[in-house]
Design a protein around this ligand. Structure first.
Ligand SMILES: [Zn+2]
Ligand SMILES: [Zn+2]
Length: 186
């Protein structure tokens, strides 16, 4: 019997991936159902055999789904975690994705880095290391994100250290935004 794989990245939207075949023995494991109650399921290890045309999925959707899976993984006990690793394939799966990039102005970025003068504009600590050219390594960040309609101007651009930069994207705190705006606009 031919088996075809469809994946769901957004509820109700089915993306055709291609025909698949079995690559290993089916096995059973416990997984939560829609209500979060554990139940026994059969898992069929598959691989896509003929891809008609590689489907490019927005990277954002892939990342959101991965974050969701990582969140679920945090709730597994040690034994279940080890079991799942045991049944995992060693090679990382790859896929084509589409990415929307915002082309930032290199002069604005350079200005922001010079203004920071080697120190993170959020925590005020010196850059954690020097880049291969021997300059303090700081990143460039838009206080109001470009993806949310923020402007690519020197009044919206700062130079944080990598830690603070990650923090701003993961926690997205108003208090940090206010602090940075005061920092550069006086
Ligand atoms: Zn910092
Ligand atoms: Zn950023």
């Amino acid at each position: 019997m031919e088996v075809h794989l469809f994946e769901v990245f957004e509820p109700g939207q089915y993306t055709y991936i291609g025909r698949v075949e079995l690559t290993g023995e089916p096995y059973q494991e416990r997984q939560p159902d829609a209500a979060g109650n554990p139940r026994q399921v059969w898992v069929f290890p598959l691989r896509v055999v003929d891809v008609v045309a590689p489907v490019a999925i927005p990277a954002e959707l892939i990342n959101r789904r991965l974050e969701e899976k990582e969140k679920q993984a945090r709730r597994l006990d040690e034994q279940e975690l080890r079991r799942r690793i045991h049944f995992s394939r060693p090679e990382a799966a790859s896929r084509k994705v589409t990415i929307t990039t915002y082309e930032r102005n290199p002069y604005v970025a350079e200005y922001a880095r010079r203004r920071a003068n080697g120190r993170c504009q959020l925590c005020h600590k010196p850059a954690p290391f020097l880049n291969p050219d021997g300059e303090p390594y700081l990143e460039v960040h838009h206080i109001d994100w470009l993806s949310r309609g923020g402007e690519d101007t020197i009044n919206n651009t700062v130079a944080p250290c990598p830690n603070c930069h990650r923090k701003m994207h993961i926690l997205d705190l108003a208090v940090d935004r206010e602090k940075l705006k005061r920092e550069i606009n006086g």
